[in-house]
Design a protein around this ligand. Structure first.
Ligand code: UDP
Ligand code: MG
Length: 313
């Protein structure tokens, strides 16, 4: 039987501060595991010397590979590219900042060898994150899982092991809006979970601010669920029924006690309220139309400048 191979997928955007430490740590861990491996690094249009540092690593070890983008396409695109180029029997996407502890890779492999196709790494504590970030993350998971047909496991990031069969399915998913956590969960298969404590970032700063995360959340929910637009239907029906009842009341009142001129305040409130509701749901519809627009344009997810150490050099 030929040796199994593991692919580590590492999106890197301006990570020069942490790259040397990342490689020493990860290689230490891999040295103790009896498996062939490759590290597929994606340079996501970094403006620092990330690329140079990766190339240096390739010079000393040809099992390190590089996909270099023509500009910054974002983490989800970088991960998609890494998945496309990976040749392993199992893949593990991992952040360059060592927030995904490489020490548990060994256990992931063991579970995979026991026969599960997906091994989740679940964060038990998020010591590195503020209370606000943790709370909003919890809300996100609960809202997402109520709305989506394919639930995503709570507090599991992109760091997980995927068997090549799962990878094949994900490669076939054509959408342009890459909500990877959702896509990773979509194929299903047998899963197993390892828990770990998520440490703070080793060096450098998080590339995601709250505004980005908020938009990421909206994008995640709208690409996996159409329940938000359905809420519009029900809310519309509900308001129509209320208006009908209110209409009956107004008519009866007018018939019984004659024309009643006051009503300025209630009119204003009703008009403003309805205007707000309508704009809100128009925006929501727009969200889905925008998504259709993006799919129809069918632009590639990323543009590769060049690769090193990979098949299509
Ligand atoms: N990343 C990327 N492209 C981007 C933003 C981030 O490839 O546009 C990479 C980054 O280099 C890191 C990983 O995605 O390896 C996670 O980023 P970060 O640590 O900033 O995210 P957080 O841990 O705060 O969620
Ligand atoms: Mg991080």
């Amino acid at each position: 039987m030929s040796q199994e191979k593991l692919s580590l997928l590492v999106p890197m955007y301006n990570e020069s501060e942490v790259i040397p430490l990342f490689f020493t740590t990860i290689k230490d861990v891999l040295a103790d595991i009896d498996i062939e491996w490759e590290i597929v690094c994606v340079n996501d249009g970094s403006s620092d010397n990330t690329e140079e540092l990766i190339i240096k690593q390739i010079e000393v070890d040809s099992r390190v590979k590089l996909v270099s983008f023509s500009r910054n396409f974002g983490k989800e695109a970088a991960m998609t590219a890494a998945l496309d180029y990976a040749t392993g029997d199992a893949v593990i996407p991992i952040d360059a900042d060592l927030q995904d502890p490489p020490e548990i890779i060994n256990e992931m492999i063991e579970r995979w060898r026991d026969g599960v196709q997906v091994v989740y790494a679940k964060r038990t504590s998020r010591a590195g994150d503020s209370i606000f970030k943790r709370q909003t993350a919890n809300w996100f998971y609960s809202v997402f899982n109520k709305m989506s047909d394919t639930p995503i496991p709570e507090n599991v990031g992109d760091f997980r092991l995927l068997d090549s069969r799962v990878v094949e399915v994900i490669r076939e998913l054509p959408e342009k809006d890459r909500f990877m956590k959702g896509l990773f969960s979509w194929p299903g298969f047998q899963t197993s979970t390892i828990e770990f404590e998520r440490p703070s970032r080793e060096k450098g700063d998080s590339k995601f601010n709250y505004w980005k995360l908020w938009n990421f959340a909206i994008s995640g929910i709208t690409s996996f669920s159409t329940i938000p637009i359905r809420v519009g239907t029900y809310l519309g029906m509900f308001i129509a029924i209320l208006s009908f009842i209110y209409g009956l009341i107004v008519i009866t009142k007018t018939l019984v006690s004659g024309v009643d001129v006051p009503g300025y305040a209630s009119l204003t409130v009703i008009i403003l309220f309805m205007g707000g509701v309508q704009l809100f749901f128009m925006g929501l519809l727009g969200e889905y139309i925008g998504r259709i627009y993006k799919e129809v344009k069918n632009r590639p997810l990323y543009v590769v400048n060049y690769t090193l150490g990979l098949d299509d050099d």
